[in-house]
Design a protein around this ligand. Structure first.
Ligand code: AHR
Length: 635
């Protein structure tokens, strides 16, 4: 009979004997935390974020653009996400015109030919947005488009946000387009007293016969910190609540691309939108590159986090490899230029480009990662590729910590990036992965990890796996200096997800945190700067913990992944006889399959309570299926 069966048997017996309010099935455990016995350092950068364009993370996600396919890409069905409007007796057609566009990057356009239209029966184009367009009450929307017409006279173009079901116009503006040359036009839309909804679309119509060419049609709601071309407020607020210390970008697979010509070619993601050609992401859809290199850096600035810049390293997902040596040199130079764009003074070539793009002040980039998951390179060229990048980066930027994506020979990386994607039980095991790991090699960055149970976002079982794993990260944070869950985002609409179990879900209107998200928020809310000597006796085998402390506080993480309660006495020798307040956050669920959803986003959220340590001890019962963070005030 295994010990788990014994616990359950004991639980069954106890539940018969005890009243319904006191059902405990684990034996009482004792956690001893010697707050005066520091053990190992905890990295101040332990918790951060990892991001890439996957699951409509930026387009249709964080990047607040409301117009889908603003650059009029098409396939055999027609122009994607745009539809012809012919009201009343109007008649029109729309085609892609490959012969004209406002820039070399966007050298095609939508050509709308209206043969017949009037005020009662206008014609034009409809954009469906990213699974709808969120319109909120009393809100200002800022828009723009490039256009030209077939004649010199003024042509009024009406732009409107329209409710899908009722046809009600929620906000509209008239823009006077004139001339046969490309120009950019700007407009504003203001909504009134309406109910917030995402069941809306955009209409652009004209009320007379004419030919109108359009390109780069854009519409933004208010953004986080009011940045033009900025990010969704609700999602940024969720990220800020995680108290991250860094952002790893732009991938992940996204930095590699499927092929050399679809890698994250950063120079094509900077400057005015009209100069960004867009590119196919490896996750099956086109990226607008509205979230370009500067926007990533500004995202870091807005969250006050350090960039962990991943550079393309000469290996693509379909196995194209650039041989180390002269062939790789242009890509090494591309990375050096990229670092200069981010960190160079405004009198350097690429620092000047950044200043022209609107950000004269250099950014700090303490970490550069060379590639992504290069253990998949079957040609086994990473030793040479990494060494070439490492030497070039160190020669020019000696303070930058260079991260390798797998163990390498030749040079010693500053940091190694390890990835873990497992089921709950796998993550319980991985929680001990670094307990006995050697401390004489590079530091570790767990650059991607997640317990993969639940879709589109993780369920409570996954959150338990995550929390158990994080106790191991904290215990070993002298070695594991940084860690980031992945993927971060998912658009929960049908077709929005390419990878399941993603931390934060959203549609066009709202977003929500998964139980795993709240586990992250809770763990980052209290983290000491060192671990302390501690021991646990008598707990069930699915009980995990960590103990860290700094001058003013002790942070205890308790994870009871069992289906029964865990009574626990915590003793804190060294705390003295006086009373100490304890802030407690508890996240719990009735089953491992319980979860939050876009329609029911707050089923599982942290609940606050307090305890008191007195005489150096406190007793509690860790609920079944629970994650708890205890912050003991040491003052
Ligand atoms: O996080 C999803 C993918 O998992 C990343 O793009 C890749 O690095 C890993 O294989």
């Amino acid at each position: 009979m295994n010990s788990r069966f014994l616990f359950f048997s004991a639980g069954a017996l106890l539940s018969v004997c005890l009243t319904a309010t006191v059902v405990t099935a684990q034996s009482a455990a004792v956690l001893t935390v010697d707050v005066k016995a520091p053990k190992a350092a905890v990295s101040p950068m332990l918790y951060g974020l990892m991001t890439e364009e996957i699951n409509y993370s930026y387009d249709g996600g964080l990047y607040a653009e409301l117009v889908r396919n603003r650059t009029f890409r098409s396939d055999w069905t027609g122009i994607l996400d745009w539809y012809l409007i012919e009201k009343g007796t109007s008649s029109a057609k729309v085609t892609v015109d490959p012969s004209t566009g406002p820039s070399a990057a966007l050298n095609h356009s939508a050509r709308l030919e209206v043969a017949k239209a009037d005020a009662a029966g206008p014609a034009g184009l409809l954009n469906e947005g990213y699974w709808g367009i969120a319109v909120r009450p009393n809100t200002r929307y800022t828009g723009s488009f490039y256009a030209k017409t077939g004649s010199e006279g003024a042509l009024p173009v009406r732009v409107a946000l329209v409710a899908d079901q009722s046809g009600k116009v929620l906000a509209s503006a008239s823009v006077s387009v004139s001339g046969t040359g490309w120009k950019q036009y700007r407009f504003e839309l203001h909504s009134g007293m309406i109910a917030a909804s995402a069941e809306n679309h955009l209409e652009m119509t004209i009320d007379r016969p004419a030919t109108l060419w359009l390109q780069l049609v854009s519409l933004f709601p208010p953004t986080y910190h009011n940045r033009p071309n900025g990010n969704r407020i609700d999602i940024m607020e969720k990220l800020a609540a995680m108290r991250p210390t860094f952002l790893r970008f732009p991938g992940g697979n996204y930095v590699e691309g499927n092929r050399l010509d679809s890698r994250f070619d950063w120079k094509k993601t900077i400057g005015p939108m009209v100069d960004r050609p867009t590119h196919p992401s490896p996750w099956g859809y086109q990226s607008t590159d509205g979230m370009g290199l500067l926007e990533f850096l500004e995202w870091c600035e807005d969250l006050k986090v350090q960039p962990v810049l991943a550079v393309f390293a000469g290996y693509t997902l379909n196995g194209q490899v650039v041989k180390p040596g002269p062939d790789l040199e242009p890509y090494v130079q591309e990375a050096l230029d990229e670092i200069e764009y981010a960190t160079g003074a405004a009198d350097t070539r690429w620092g000047a480009a950044r200043a022209r793009d609107g950000h004269p002040a250099p950014f700090q980039v303490p970490y550069v990662e060379v590639g992504n998951e290069d253990s998949f390179d079957r040609a086994r060229t990473y030793d040479g590729r990494f060494a070439q990048f490492y030497r070039a980066i160190k020669a020019r930027y000696p303070k930058i910590q260079v991260i390798a994506t797998m163990p390498v020979q030749g040079v010693t990386p500053d940091v190694l990036d390890d990835h873990y994607y497992k089921r709950e039980q796998g993550m319980f095991e991985e929680s001990r992965h670094y307990d006995n790991a050697a401390r004489n090699g590079p530091k570790i960055f767990v650059g991607e990890w997640a317990t993969r149970e639940g879709t589109p976002t993780p369920n409570f079982g996954a959150a338990l796996g995550d929390a158990a794993f994080m106790t191991g990260l904290e215990r070993n944070s002298d070695l594991v200096v940084m860690a980031a869950y992945a993927p971060l985002f998912v658009n929960v609409n049908p077709g929005g997800m390419q990878w399941s179990s993603d931390l934060i879900g959203y549609d066009a209107l709202t977003s929500y945190g998964s139980p795993s998200y709240y586990a992250q928020v809770m763990f980052a809310s209290c983290l000491g700067d060192h671990t302390v000597n501690s021991s646990l006796t008598g707990a069930g085998e699915r009980f995990f913990y960590s103990a860290t402390a700094s001058a003013n506080k002790v942070c205890l993480k308790l994870v009871n992944a069992a289906s029964v309660e865990q009574p626990l006495t915590i003793t804190l020798p060294g705390l003295g006889a006086s009373a100490h307040a304890v802030r407690v956050d508890t996240l719990r669920a009735n089953t491992t399959w319980a979860t939050n959803t876009i329609r029911d986003p707050k089923r599982i959220v942290p609940v606050k309570s307090t305890l008191t340590v007195s005489g150096g001890r406190v007793a509690l019962v860790a609920p079944a299926y629970s994650i708890q963070v205890l912050e003991v005030d040491m003052k």
